[in-house]
Ligand binder design. Structure first.
Ligand code: ADP
Length: 237
């Protein structure tokens, strides 16, 4: 497979600095306090948020702050070979990094002794699902009316055919050289998630962070649009 042709076009027809098509809809679930659905390329992810609410088991409660709990889960039909529905090491890791990426944004200190629960179901995965899940979770938290310092917007950059590209898809992730998911608070200009799978030079590393942050800023506009559409209707499209 040609990952990048001589005209700088990638295997799915995108340019090197072009993200996949992103669609976010806020407030899609009736029973959760907040929710969001995202399509990020072929990733399809649903997120529901509950809270702030009582903590069970009670010994997990913290008298000086609220706690954030996060579950990232892939449904069995989310990948081409049936995925075992039991939580894998990868899902436990992604749940942890998403929680840690959201924590700086959520004003948990306002709700001592309570928990905010974020449930993420990946219905279809196509590379970059942790970033897409983080994008949906951030919108779902805002939809639940939970006070936040900023949104968290996420997008990966990576290295494919010796070139830094924005938003690595599944084929590029498997056959490419590096993948760097980034979570970013666009107004505070702070990175809350940074992972790197692969090898790159210091110059490429810097370029990758800059490229990823540009992607996060694109995502941020789509997150705002989703929340505006939810609360103010079509006028804010
Ligand atoms: P991310 O989805 O955040 O890029 P990874 O880099 O770990 O996370 O995974 C890349 C992609 O590999 C996933 O988006 C998914 O398409 C695929 N994948 C992950 N787990 C499985 C699995 N158990 N079976 C098949 N494909 C998987």
């Amino acid at each position: 497979m040609v990952l990048l042709d001589k005209n700088g076009i990638r295997c799915d027809g995108r340019k090197i600095d072009e993200p996949r098509k992103i669609m976010i809809k806020a407030g899609v679930l009736k029973n959760a306090n907040g929710s969001a659905y995202i399509e990020f390329g072929d990733n399809k992810i649903m997120c529901g948020v509950y809270g702030p609410r009582d903590v069970h088991p009670k010994h997990m409660a913290n008298s000086s702050t609220g706690i954030l709990r996060c579950r990232y889960h892939m449904v069995p039909y989310s990948v081409s070979e049936r995925k075992n529905p039991a939580p894998s090491r990868r899902e436990i890791e992604i749940s942890k990094v998403i929680k840690e990426a959201l924590e700086p944004a959520v004003m948990l200190e306002r709700f001592p002794r309570t928990a905010v629960d974020v449930f993420i179901e990946v219905l279809q995965a196509d590379g970059g699902s942790r970033c897409a899940a983080l994008d949906a979770a951030s919108v779902a938290l805002a939809d639940a009316g939970i006070p936040m310092r900023d949104m968290v917007s996420a997008c990966a950059a990576g290295k494919v055919a010796d070139t830094v590209v924005l938003d690595v898809n599944n084929e590029e992730d498997q056959a490419g050289q590096a993948d760097m998911p980034i979570g970013y608070m666009p107004n505070l200009e702070k990175v809350t998630l940074l992972q790197l799978d692969g090898i790159m030079s210091p110059k490429e590393y810097k370029e990758c962070i800059e490229t990823g942050i540009k992607g996060c800023k694109i995502v941020y506009e789509i997150q705002k649009k989703a929340l505006n559409e939810r609360y103010f209707g079509d006028d804010h499209k």
